[in-house]
Ligand binder design. Structure first.
Ligand code: MGD
Ligand code: MGD
Ligand code: SF4
Ligand code: MO
Length: 718
C-alpha cells in the first residue's frame, strides 16, 4: 500500500469522513469509513461505493459535441477540445443575448452543485453577471418552500433551523425518512442507531407519513399514516389544539412575535375534529400529539421533502416553525436551533423581483440563487420562444423535473443545450455539448452543504484532491471561470489563470474565518469545530424584518392566494371520489436521485426496477397480483412498470422511486440494462401547477390512474 489520504463524501449532507487508499501508481484502490473521525459518525455504504463512480468506464472523459438533431433519441458525438467547446458556447450565448436579450439563456443547477463548494458560488456569480433571470434549479423540486416561508416569516432566507436531536424529548418528524435519506436541509454525523438511541434515552419520536417507513419501529417510534398532501391541515389542528390547551408561550410571543392573532384565526378553521377525515388521523390522536408535544420539556417539529413536495410546502414550513415558536422551543435546548456556521447571517431580503415573460409574470426573490423560477414552466418558456439556450450545471432535469414528455419535446426546440456532468446522463445525451466534470475525489472542497449553520455538530471540513483528474475532465469551477472569460465578464481566472479547481477561492474564503487550508490539513480528520453559540442567539441572528419580530401571519400568504388555495383544497378533499389513488415518492438505500444509477452493486435484482408499490387492499380492488405489469397514468404522461404488494402503505396511496427512466441514456451501460420507469413522467407540469410564492413543484400525492396490463411476451421473458 503506497499511501492513505483522508477525504469526505459529497453525496449527501453528513459529509462523512473517508479514507482513500492509493496504490503504488497513485490510483485509488479503496474507500473506507474513517472510524477515527473527531466529529463522529460513520459513512454509509454509498460513500465507499463511490469508488465505482470514480472508476466507471462509462464516465464522460472528453468534451463532446452532438452531430445529429436532438429529435433523434440516440446522439452521435465527436470529441472536441475544451477551448473550442467553450469558445463556441460563448459565441452562441453572446449572439442569442444580442438578438433576444439575456433572458433567452437559462441555467439549471443540479443537486451535486450543492456539494461543490467552489462551483456553486461561482455559477451564481456568472449567472448574475450575465443578467439572465431564467434561473432554474433542483430547489423547486426539493425545498424552496422553506426559503419562501423563511423570507416571509423571519425576513431572511437564512432562517433554516436544525432539530436539537441530542437533547430533545419529543421529535415530530413530518415527511422524512431519515434512516434512508440521512436527513436533509441539515447535517448530522451519520449514525444508523441515532433514532434508537434517542428513544432509548426516553425521547418520544412520532413520524407523520403515508407509509410506515424504515425509520419507524417499536424501538424508535410509531408512524401516523397521514393522507398525502394534508399535513398543512394536521399541523394547523395541532396548533389549534395547543391553543385550546392554553399552552401558547405568551412571554416568548410578546417579546418576539407579531400577528399571533392571524395565526390563531388561521388554525381555528381546522380543529382536530374537522380535519380527521381529510388527514386520515383521528381527532383524539391529534389532540394527544398536541398535548404531549406542548408538554415535553424540549420538543421539536422537523419536516422534509414529503411535506415540501406535497403542494402546501410554504404553509407547512410556516406551521412547523410556528409549532416550535409557540411552545417556546425555538432557540431553546431540545428544540429548534440555529447552530454556528460559515457566514451564517445570510442577509435580509434585498430584492423581490417579478420576472415578466410572454406566458406571464413569475416571482424571484433574490439575486443570490437560492430561489428560482418554477421548473415546471421550463417547457412552456422554451415553446414560447422566451428561452433559447439551456446550460445544465450538474443536473439531470429530463428525469428529475415532473413532465418528462413535455420537457423532451421542448428541449428538441432549443438553439443550444449544454451539460456539464460526470456521466452521459439522459440530459447529457440530448445536449449539443456534454462536458466532462471532475468527481469529488479529483477536486478540493469544504463541506458546503451544511456548513452555513445547518449542522448538529457544527464544523468545517476540508479535503484536498485525492488524485488528479484523468483524461480531459475539468472542474465545474474551471468551466464556469473560463466561460465567464469567453463571455467577456469578470472571472476568478483573470487573477489566478493557472487555478484549475478553485483552490484559490477556498484559500480566500477560509482567510475570512482566520483559517488557512494548512490549518485544516493539520487538524485531525481535516475538520475544525465551530464554537458553540447560545441557543437564544437565534432570534438576533435570524429575525431580519425591519420591525425586529417574527411575523406569525405574513400578509404574503393572503396576497399570494396561499390561504385561499389551502381552504379551497380542503373543501375538495372532503368530496374526493372513492378509489382515488395518489402517488408518493420513496427513496431507497440503493439510489441517490438518479446519480448512482450506473453503480452495479446498487442495482441488483429488484433494486434495478422502479416498481409501483401498492397495499394489499388496493391490489385486490385493482385485480393485481405481486409482480404484475401495471400502467400508471396522469394527464402528463404514462409509464409501465411492475406492481409489488407492500402493506406499509395506507390504502389509496401508491409509491415509486424517482431517478429511473434511463432508456435514452445510451452511454450508461449498467443503467441501460434496467432503465426503470420514470416517476417524473407523471407529475403535473405547466403554469398553474406549482405552488404560489415558492414556485415549488408538486411531486408527492400526485393523483394517478393505475390499471393492470395484460402480460406481454416481453414481460414474461423478464
Ligand atoms: N438513499 C438516498 N438518500 C438520499 C437521497 C436519495 O435519493 N437516496 N436524496 C437526498 C436528497 S436530494 C434529499 S432532498 C433528501 C430527502 O430527505 P427526506 O425528505 O427524508 O427523503 P425521503 O426518504 O424521500 O422522505 C420523504 C418521506 O415523505 C413521505 N411522504 C410523501 N408524501 C408525503 C406527504 O404528503 N406527507 C407526509 N407527511 N409524508 C409524505 C414519503 O413516504 C417519504 O418517507 O434525501 C437525501 N438522501
Ligand atoms: N418524483 C420525484 N422527483 C424528484 C424528487 C423526488 O423526491 N421525487 N426529489 C427532488 C430532489 S430533492 C432533488 S435534489 C432532485 C435532484 O435532481 P438532479 O440534480 O437534476 O438529479 P440527479 O439525478 O441528482 O442528477 C445529478 C446529475 O449530476 C451529475 N453529477 C454528479 N456529480 C457531479 C459533479 O460533481 N459535477 C457535475 N457537473 N455533475 C455531477 C450526475 O451524474 C447526474 O447526471 O430531484 C428532484 N426530483
Ligand atoms: S451518509 Fe451521505 S455523506 Fe455519509 S457516506 Fe452515506 S452518502 Fe456519503
Ligand atoms: Mo434534494
Amino acid at each position: 500500500m503506497a499511501q492513505e489520504k483522508t477525504t469526505f463524501c459529497r453525496i449527501c449532507e453528513p459529509g462523512c469522513s473517508l479514507v482513500a487508499a492509493l496504490d503504488d501508481n497513485g490510483r485509488v484502490q479503496s474507500l473506507r469509513p474513517n472510524l477515527d473521525d473527531p466529529i463522529g459518525g460513520v459513512a454509509c455504504h454509498k460513500g465507499p461505493s463511490y469508488l465505482a463512480v470514480h472508476n466507471d468506464p462509462d464516465r464522460l472523459n472528453w468534451p463532446r459535441r452532438r452531430k445529429n438533431p436532438r429529435s433523434e433519441p440516440r446522439g452521435q458525438f465527436v470529441d472536441v477540445e475544451w477551448e473550442d467547446a467553450i469558445e463556441e458556447i460563448a459565441a452562441r450565448i453572446k449572439s442569442l443575448i444580442a438578438e433576444h436579450g439575456p433572458n433567452s439563456v437559462a441555467f439549471f443547477t443540479g443537486n451535486p452543485f450543492a456539494f461543490n463548494s467552489t462551483a456553486f458560488p461561482l455559477a451564481q456569480a456568472v449567472i448574475g453577471a450575465l443578467g439572465t433571470k431564467m434561473r432554474f434549479s433542483v430547489n423547486t423540486q426539493d425545498a424552496v418552500n422553506r426559503i419562501a416561508a423563511a423570507e416571509a416569516v423571519f425576513g431572511t432566507q437564512g432562517a433554516q433551523f436544525v432539530p436539537d436531536l441530542e437533547a430533545t424529548n419529543y421529535l415530530l418528524c413530518v415527511g422524512s425518512n431519515p434512516m434512508v435519506s440521512r436527513w436533509t436541509m441539515m447535517a448530522t454525523p451519520n449514525n444508523p442507531d441515532l433514532l434508537k438511541s434517542m428513544a432509548k434515552r426516553g425521547a418520544k419520536i412520532v413520524f407523520v407519513n403515508p407509509r410506515v417507513i424504515e425509520s419507524s419501529s417499536e424501538l424508535t417510534g410509531e408512524t401516523l399514516q397521514i393522507k398525502p398532501g394534508t399535513d398543512v391541515y394536521f399541523l394547523a389542528a395541532l396548533l389549534e389544539a395547543i391553543h385550546q390547551l392554553g399552552r401558547f408561550d405568551h412571554d416568548v410571543l410578546e417579546r418576539r412575535a407579531i400577528h399571533v392573532d392571524g395565526l390563531i384565526d388561521f388554525v381555528s378553521k381546522y380543529p382536530a375534529e374537522a380535519v380527521a377525515e381529510v388527514t386520515g388521523i383521528p381527532a383524539e390522536t391529534i389532540r394527544l400529539v398536541a398535548d404531549e408535544f406542548s408538554n415535553a420539556s424540549g420538543a421539536v417539529a422537523y419536516s422534509a421533502t414529503g411535506l415540501n413536495q406535497s403542494g402546501h410546502g410554504v404553509l407547512g414550513a410556516w406551521l412547523i416553525d410556528m409549532l416550535n415558536l409557540v411552545t417556546g422551543n425555538l432557540g431553546r435546548p431540545g428544540g429548534s436551533l440555529k447552530p454556528a456556521g460559515l457566514a451564517f447571517d445570510l442577509p435580509a431580503i434585498v430584492r423581490r423581483e417579478v420576472v415578466h415573460t410572454s406566458i406571464g409574470d413569475f416571482n424571484l426573490s433574490d439575486p443570490i440563487g437560492y430561489t428560482n423560477l418554477p421548473s415546471v414552466v421550463l417547457p412552456d418558456l422554451i415553446e414560447a420562444g422566451d428561452i433559447r439556450a439551456l446550460i445544465n450545471l450538474g443536473g439531470n432535469p429530463l428525469l428529475s423535473i415532473g413532465g418528462e414528455a413535455r420537457l423532451r419535446a421542448a428541449f428538441e426546440k432549443l438553439d443550444l443545450l449544454v451539460s456539464i456532468d460526470i456521466y452521459p446522463s439522459a440530459t447529457a445525451e440530448m445536449s449539443d455539448f456534454a462536458l466532462p466534470g471532475v468527481d469529488w475525489l479529483e477536486r478540493p472542497d469544504f463541506n458546503y452543504a451544511g456548513a452555513f449553520g445547518m449542522q448538529t455538530h457544527p464544523h468545517l471540513r476540508y479535503a484536498d484532491p485525492v488524485v488528479s483528474p484523468t483524461a480531459g475532465r475539468r472542474s465545474d469551477w474551471w468551466f464556469m471561470g473560463r466561460l465567464a472569460q469567453a463571455l467577456g465578464i469578470s472571472s476568478p481566472l483573470d487573477a489566478v489563470p493557472e487555478d484549475k479547481d478553485g483552490f484559490s477561492a477556498l484559500e480566500a474564503l477560509f482567510a475570512t474565518q482566520d483559517l488557512t487550508i494548512d490549518m485544516l490539513r493539520a487538524a485531525p480528520g481535516n475538520a475544525i469545530r465551530f464554537p458553540d453559540v447560545p441557543p437564544e442567539s437565534l432570534f438576533e441572528r435570524c429575525v431580519k424584518h425591519p420591525h425586529g419580530r417574527i411575523d406569525c401571519c405574513p400578509a404574503e400568504f393572503v396576497t399570494s392566494g396561499l390561504f385561499q388555495r389551502c381552504d379551497e383544497q380542503f373543501a375538495e378533499r372532503l368530496n374526493e371520489p372513492e378509489g382515488l389513488m395518489r402517488l408518493i415518492s420513496r427513496r431507497t438505500p440503493h439510489m441517490h436521485n438518479g446519480s448512482l444509477s450506473n453503480v452495479e452493486i446498487l442495482r441488483s435484482g429488484r433494486q434495478g426496477l422502479a416498481p409501483l408499490l401498492v397495499c394489499g387492499a388496493d391490489a385486490q380492488r385493482l385485480g393485481l397480483a405481486d409482480g404484475d405489469p401495471v400502467r400508471v397514468s396522469t394527464d402528463s404522461g404514462e409509464i409501465e412498470t411492475r406492481a409489488f404488494i407492500d402493506d406499509t402503505l395506507r390504502p389509496g396511496v401508491v409509491a415509486m422511486t424517482h431517478g429511473f427512466g434511463h432508456r435514452h441514456a445510451y452511454g450508461l451501460s449498467v443503467a441501460q440494462r434496467s432503465p426503470g420507469a420514470n416517476f417524473n413522467a407523471l407529475p403535473p407540469t405547466g403554469p398553474g401547477t406549482f405552488e404560489p410564492l415558492s414556485n415549488m413543484s408538486l411531486l408527492s400525492g400526485v393523483k394517478v390512474h393505475v390499471e393492470r396490463m395484460p402480460p406481454t411476451l416481453e414481460w414474461l421473458a423478464q
